[in-house]
Write a protein that binds this ligand. Structure first.
Ligand SMILES: *Cc1c(COP(=O)(O)O)cnc(C)c1O
Length: 418
């Protein structure tokens, strides 16, 4: 018997282990993992695999988790007594050893392991950023074929510690992110391999929930407040779901952490919708021109999991949460503040979260005595590049009009080899 079942958050229908499905009755609703063990355990393996609340059975690769530690420098600067940092990145002194420097590596590892155990022979990923980097890393260290499509303009950010990829990365020369998704759809159809699934993949949300598992394991209780920069919202939803499991356990407190979620202004569709008290995003808040003005492309998805049942809107409602719109200038200042007070570089997206925390302290939304968890979703990239050799990923450049025959010629052997 499996240690979990999958349930619809709206109607409660139960499904046996399935890969990335929607409820057959409720199209606009997420499925959620329900673990048979109500008690949290962290004695199941090494690194990120220590935890019992993950939808995997027999992990086949090593995967480190985030490093959670109590802040001194930033905490003192902000006047906080119990600030904990979940550092997702590379910082060996803190035993932070994520090889791709962001928390996307956690979701990729759990998605990959869950897919492999569901007898899936490959995955397709379309991404404009850190998701592609994380999956290409997992694919390189495991040999599992992942077909990754990125817009050519995003290639500058694509690096790897591994010199070789089992499957060539495809870069669409004549299109944007939407065209990459379209090519990925064609690959999925031609080769018969599924999409990684985005927010609806329970393995992805539970993988990002590792941040809270690691925090509760080391702090011993749920934080009062949780800060994170959001793009799709998948990470925040995963943390809320993990928090509900801790409350059912009973030993870690009885209140959900308040979610403080931040976007990079002026692209702030969720901030605006939440400000209106609405479950629905407005098209004018999703205009591509706004994306051109922000520094954090990883936060720029135009399809966030906000309105869906069990999504960001419901998570904010359930936790009495808040949203923050952070200007570019505030992002840069927050990145410097973190590096100067904590001693390591962080990614711009993580700077968005730091700036939100600073704002919350200023407005009195969080108090000196509160226990606060700050999710540094990416960091240590400068550090890693100083110490380790990284390789530029050499992609296969393709056109958005690529035919099924060309896809087969280019990629089919990768599946056969596996
Ligand atoms: C993707 C990403 C985020 C946002 O996470 P979502 O789950 O999409 O909301 C934040 N920070 C970094 C570094 C990321 O790569």
């Amino acid at each position: 018997m499996s240690h979990f079942v999958i349930k619809c958050v709206k109607c409660g229908s139960e499904l046996e282990e399935v890969y990335c499905a929607f409820c057959e009755h409720c199209r606009e609703s997420l499925l959620i993992t329900e673990y048979r063990e109500k008690e949290f355990r962290d004695d199941r393996g090494k690194g990120a695999w220590r935890f019992n609340w993950l939808p995997v059975h027999a992990p086949s690769i090593d995967q480190p988790g985030p490093a959670v530690y109590e802040s001194l420098g930033l905490a003192e600067h902000l006047g906080l007594n119990h600030l904990y940092i979940a550092f997702n990145g590379y910082w060996p002194e803190r035993e932070a050893l994520l090889q791709t420097c962001t928390f996307k590596e956690l979701e990729a590892a759990v998605v990959f392991q869950n897919a492999a155990e569901n007898e899936i022979n490959g995955l397709v990923v379309a991404s404009a950023g850190n998701t592609a980097k994380a999956f290409s890393h997992l694919s390189a260290v495991s040999g599992f074929p992942v077909f990754i499509v990125v817009p050519k303009m995003c290639l500058v950010d694509m690096w790897s510690l591994e010199p070789f990829q089992p499957v060539p990365i495809l870069a669409v020369s004549d299109g944007d992110y939407a065209d990459s998704i379209d090519v990925a759809r064609r690959i999925s159809h031609t080769l018969g391999v599924p999409f990684e699934g985005g927010v609806k993949n329970v393995a992805k949300r539970d993988g990002l929930g590792i941040v809270l598992l690691e925090a509760c394991a080391s702090v011993g209780k749920l934080p009062d407040h949780y800060f994170q920069a959001v793009g799709s919202g998948t990470g925040a939803i995963g943390v809320r779901e993990a928090a509900e499991r801790f409350i059912r356990d009973g030993r870690f407190g009885s209140l959900l952490p308040m979610l403080h979620l931040a976007q990079n202004a002026p692209f702030v569709p969720m901030v605006n919708a939440w400000g209106r008290g609405s479950r629905y995003l407005l098209p004018e808040d999703l205009r591509p021109e706004l994306i051109g003005q922000i520094t954090t492309r990883v936060l720029s998805t135009r399809y966030p999991a906000y309105s869906i049942w069990g999504g960001v809107y419901d998570a904010l409602r359930a936790t009495g949460g808040r949203m923050y719109g952070i200007t570019n200038e505030a992002v840069y200042m927050a990145m410097d503040l973190f590096e100067n007070t904590e001693g390591v570089d962080i990614s711009p997206a993580a700077g968005v979260a730091v700036a939100a925390l600073k704002e919350a302290v200023g407005t009195g939304a969080v108090k000196r005595e509160n226990t606060i968890l700050l999710n540094i979703t990416g960091g240590g990239e400068k550090r890693l590049k100083r110490e380790r050799k990284t390789f530029h990923i050499k992609p296969r450049i393709i056109s958005k009009g690529i035919s099924e025959e060309e896809i087969e010629k280019l990629l089919c052997h990768a599946l056969k080899k596996h």
